[in-house]
Design a binder for this molecule. Structure first.
Ligand SMILES: [Zn+2]
Length: 91
């Protein structure tokens, strides 16, 4: 059965296994019994191979660094190049 993550206002997040046929919008907190809302994770890595997960997390790092490099390159770009591409000015 797949895992579903919910957020309890008192106990914070908890993950439980549920049938795919169950209601996943809300769940009862196993700790305090409150109604907890479903947490939607943007990237579901919980059922992934740890090695694959590590690779993905490592793969996200260089993107951030290259983003910084891009910023530096943009600021050091000669103005003539910026004028040659007026459609970029709006960004
Ligand atoms: Zn709770």
């Amino acid at each position: 059965m797949p895992n579903y993550t919910y957020n309890c206002v008192q106990c914070h997040e908890f993950t439980i296994k549920q049938s795919i046929h169950d209601n996943h919008d809300i769940a009862t907190c196993p700790t305090c019994g409150n109604t907890a809302k479903r947490v939607f994770t943007s990237f579901q890595t919980y059922n992934m191979n740890p090695k694959v997960k590590k690779r993905i997390e490592a793969g996200q790092q260089p993107r951030l660094i290259s983003g910084d490099k891009l910023k530096v390159n943009t600021s050091s770009t000669p103005r003539s190049q910026t004028n040659a591409r007026p459609w970029m000015a709006g960004h």
